[in-house]
Ligand binder design. Structure first.
Ligand SMILES: [Zn+2]
Length: 147
């Protein structure tokens, strides 16, 4: 009998889908995206581009909070531990100080997710990913025919 998925494995799967979705959401028709904090341009998938968070700690609330998640290169996300001195002011300039502080306050409250919550996230981001893949496919075809 196949093993039932655990909460941990469902969370990991939801995170993989979410991370890929964030990178494709900001990708251009060539499939490249820019690091939010240093501007380096890299293929969205498979070349060290990651999904970075504008609030540290990877708590359950911020982990899947789209607004504070952006493509980030390995150097910024890991090497510079998130490069927050660039990340945070940039998010605040987009959303405002009050909104940012509200997210930080929310992030400090405990949040538990059930297996059902993760299954919902998985279904939702599978759908969103498919939408981004179709958009990229369409844009690639359009840029091919305009040559
Ligand atoms: Zn970077």
């Amino acid at each position: 009998m196949p093993r039932k998925p655990t909460n941990k494995s469902l969370k990991a799967k939801a995170w993989r889908l979410f991370s890929e979705y964030i990178r494709l959401k900001y990708a251009d028709s060539q499939g490249n995206c820019r690091c939010y904090t240093c501007g380096v341009e890299l293929p969205a998938i498979g070349h060290g581009m990651q999904c970075g968070h504008g609030i540290g700690g990877r708590g359950n609330y911020v982990l899947f909070l789209e607004e504070i998640c952006r493509p980030q290169c390995y150097g910024c996300n890991v090497g510079r531990s998130g490069n927050y001195e660039v990340f945070i002011p940039k998010l605040i300039s987009e959303y405002g100080q009050d909104q940012y502080e509200e997210w930080v306050r929310e992030s400090r409250k405990p949040l538990k997710r059930t297996k059902g919550d993760y299954l919902d996230l998985i279904a939702y981001y599978e759908m969103r990913l498919e939408g981004e893949r179709e958009r990229l496919q369409r844009e690639t075809e359009e840029s091919d025919t305009s040559l």
